[in-house]
Design a protein around this ligand. Sequence first.
Ligand code: NAD
Length: 472
Amino acid sequence: MISATHLIDGQCVAGEGINVSRPSPVSREAIALAPLVSAEQAVKSAQAATRAAPDMATLDISQRAAVLCDLANRIEADAQSIADLVTLENGCPCDQAVGLQIGSAAGLLRAYADLALTHSFEERRTGLRGGYTHILRQPVGPALGIVPWNVPLFLACMKLAPAIAAGCPIVLKPSPESADSMGRFAQHLSQLELPAGGVQSVIGDADIGRAMVEDPSFAKISFTGSTPAGRAVGMAAMERFARVTLELGGKSAAIILDDVDPTALPSELWLAIMQNNGQVCGAQSRILVPASRVKAYEDAIAALFDGLVTADPRESGTKVGPVVSAKAAAAIKEVVAAEIALGGQRLTQDRPVRGGAFVAPTLIRPSAQSAVILERELFGPVATIQPYRDEDEAIALANDHRYGLSGSVWSSDTDRAVAVARQLKTGTVGINTKKILDYSSPFGGWRSSGIGRELGPEGINAYTETSTIIAG
Ligand code: NAD
């Protein structure tokens, strides 16, 4: 166990707020036994960000890029230690943790370093009323990045990297569930050659987050988390017209086309559904299969799930570990039990699991299209399977949802899969891949999955305001 560290105005400091302690879902020992940030410390971070704004805005673009590469190198050198902390915090299997939790963050930082160097911060256009216009993309000002616990470093970097690239100071507000890993991350942030207050991290709970969203120091709020919390953040931001990006929940569909042999399922399919124990916003937790061979697909996918080693995530070979807490596991099991009581069928074995936070990988044939299990994001190793008669019905089922974050199409014919993908009303669609994003291209949700886009040049533009100079 280590103490949560906060980075405020260039200094690593201990928290002066409430003490949190919770059992690790893995070891069941107390983790994150350290004070969170206090409301006063959060205000100090906002003031420091305001002071840093002019220096951040004028920081040379090559230095912004160098800082991002420096951070990538630092976390990569410390990858195993940070990954071990994340595994203890949220159950991420050790075989996945270094790549998913830290490698992805380092890759994203380097991608943004390159993007920053080539980004179009100024543009000249021929005026359609004569003369020309000159468009400036200026730093929006101090930013607040609120992040959840499931992939904490990566999601923090999704906000920090474009903010630095655009010349904005940013205060990260990670979740208490990720206090140890994000405390260690803060120590790396403190080593960066940036103005004091250029990057800060204050680990706090939802109350601290709420207060920070209302702080007028922040011109921009980028929030990743659940849809209910995102709605509250968005409404509070609108009260004072703060710029806002919301990356929210999902319930994405994996469409398996009829040319996929059920006896030879694609090797990445299980990861698209169960990576990080299903605790991924873009998890493909609604599986759609051809009705003509529904039994063959049900049997094959149930056997795949039953074969996933569900054990201590610190052991190599474990495919599924516990979810973040016993409380989260109980909530997932409650939805599954309610669905079975309504006539839904469990197709996987109800096998014993080793502790309160574990949920056995579960495949459910739902009782109805209106079933709660189809509607609600469960954030665990549970998926549904539904038959479709033809591609039009598969597309309609995939699109018939309040969430629209991700999706995937699986086929031996890429052109055919892309033709289906083009009809999906969702932010990102993978073809035969577990990947739910690419650093080069916009990522974000339709409908209740959010507003705005991260990654790619769009991600940098989200931390800028345009000013147009008209030369008559
Ligand atoms: P959460 O909404 O409970 O918390 C997320 C963060 O917001 C935490 O730091 C929390 O302290 C803070 N917070 C909560 N309520 C707040 C409020 N009213 N004002 C300000 N801050 C507040 O979510 P969680 O349980 O930590 O994470 C899981 C959720 O995150 C899932 O719904 C998942 O789909 C979503 N998520 C989305 C993406 C994406 O990119 N779309 C990525 C990862 C996770």
